[in-house]
Design a protein around this ligand. Structure first.
Ligand SMILES: NC(=O)c1ccc[n+]([C@@H]2O[C@H](COP(=O)([O-])OP(=O)(O)OC[C@H]3O[C@@H](n4cnc5c(N)ncnc54)[C@H](OP(=O)(O)O)[C@@H]3O)[C@@H](O)[C@H]2O)c1
Length: 234
């Protein structure tokens, strides 16, 4: 078990990529803390995988500060938390685009500032393929992802000897699309899968394995890994 004796905090760990990462870290022997807003969902996830739950809202300085005061010094931190509100560029409300940046970008920024990560430990941020493969009506998400990738490289210098990396997922089947009607969601995922060289969309576990590699490969810092089943080359 490659994470025996190590402490891992997953912010956004109650669902999707974060939950898969928390579960993998736990299976690799780590002591795992998961953090997100909805306490009921968070506690259920924590019980399921044997992690500790600390309710946290990344849009609040105080909440993020409190999380890391409770955690103390840690080995690895992962940020997957995001609430994405988007729409056509000319009409999407400023409240929506600000809310997207507040959680996805400023949330990661707050976590990076508050976490005390041991030298050689790691911080992993999660961006997304829209930074390099934009699509209409999602400019704010692409911009947030691009900003996170730039932040990750800056922090790899400034937070050294802690290591900082970014993983950019393609389309991953997680509860992030839970608000879509089920039939439309399935159709969209099937279409996406058919267009990819790997013939399937991603699973939370695919991204979790990359994050585990960032935690355990001590030479990895300032890296951005695009993990998208070939989505960027089709
Ligand atoms: N799935 C994809 O296809 C895909 C593609 C590219 C990039 N990504 C990126 O990957 C990351 C993870 O996505 P996912 O698919 O795993 O999403 P998900 O299943 O919806 O999980 C998001 C997690 O973030 C938490 N969260 C949301 N807002 C929060 C806040 N303000 N404070 C604390 N926690 C918060 C959620 O719990 P609560 O709501 O209870 O707080 C949940 O635990 C996101 O940054 C997403 O943009 C995903």
């Amino acid at each position: 078990m490659v994470l025996s004796g190590q402490k891992v905090v997953v912010v956004g760990g109650s669902s999707g990529i974060g939950l898969s990462t928390a579960e993998l870290a736990k299976n690799e022997g780590a002591e795992v803390v998961i953090a997100s807003r909805n306490a009921e969902r968070l506690n259920a996830a924590a019980v399921k995988i044997g992690a500790k739950a600390i309710p946290t809202d990344v849009t609040s300085d105080e909440s993020v500060g409190q999380l890391f005061r409770q955690c103390g010094r840690v080995d690895h931190v992962v940020v997957t938390a995001a609430q994405l509100r988007t729409g056509p560029f000319k009409t999407v409300s400023m409240d929506d685009v600000r809310a997207t940046m507040e959680a996805k970008f400023w949330g990661a920024w707050r976590v990076a500032r508050a976490a005390e990560i041991r030298g050689g430990g790691s911080l992993t941020l999660v961006s997304g393929f829209l930074s390099v493969r934009p699509r209409p009506a999602a400019a704010i998400v692409g911009a947030a992802n691009g900003a996170l990738e730039s932040l990750g490289r800056s922090l790899a210098l400034e937070l050294a000897p802690a290591r900082v990396n970014v993983v950019s997922p393609g389309i991953i089947d997680t509860p992030i699309r839970a608000a879509m009607p089920e039939a439309a969601r399935r159709e969209m995922l099937a279409k996406a899968a058919a267009a990819l060289p790997v013939g399937r969309v991603g699973l939370g576990e695919d991204i979790a394995r990359q994050i585990l590699a960032f935690m355990t490969v001590g030479f990895a810092t300032g890296s951005i890994v695009y993990l998208d089943g070939g989505g960027l080359i089709v």
